[in-house]
Design a protein around this ligand. Structure first.
Ligand SMILES: [Zn+2]
Ligand SMILES: [Zn+2]
Length: 138
């Protein structure tokens, strides 16, 4: 009973945002609803929710995973510098899953496609810092 209430709260926190939160972020949000919640409980429940297919887990550089309440196949952009992850509004080729399933006989349920680069904030910051380097040379 108590266990499923925690899981429900964690699920609704992940579903309530499109910022692709880390486990830490989910922990801080969920703890406002469930005082005394531990980070370990959040990790365990996120793992179960991923196994159930109710949330998606994307492992990232440095072992930091990000979670997504949107489980329909969609694509992402991830910033190489700060790790921020955002949805990309690009056409998803659903027939890829079928093509690979037919070719391999594997039970393909979805595919993951990630674009990499610099997010808006990091791009501006880099432009600012490279701009000052140019000024220093004058
Ligand atoms: Zn960034
Ligand atoms: Zn997403």
């Amino acid at each position: 009973m108590r266990r499923s209430r925690q899981r429900d709260a964690i699920l609704s926190v992940v579903k309530s945002t499109d910022c692709h939160p880390t486990a830490d972020w989910v922990y801080h949000e969920a703890r406002r609803r469930i005082p005394g919640l531990s980070l370990g409980t959040v990790y365990r429940n996120l793992k179960v929710l991923c196994e159930l297919g109710w949330v998606r887990c994307y492992e990232g550089p440095g072992g930091v995973s990000r979670f997504d309440g949107a489980v329909a196949t969609h694509h992402h952009f991830r910033c190489d510098r700060c790790g921020e992850m955002q949805d990309v509004d690009a056409p998803v080729d659903a027939s890829l899953d079928r093509q690979v399933a037919d070719r391999t006989g594997l039970d393909v349920r979805y595919h993951v496609l990630e674009f990499r680069g610099l997010c808006e904030g990091c791009r501006l910051e880099r432009r600012r810092s490279s701009g000052s380097e140019v000024e220093d040379q004058h």
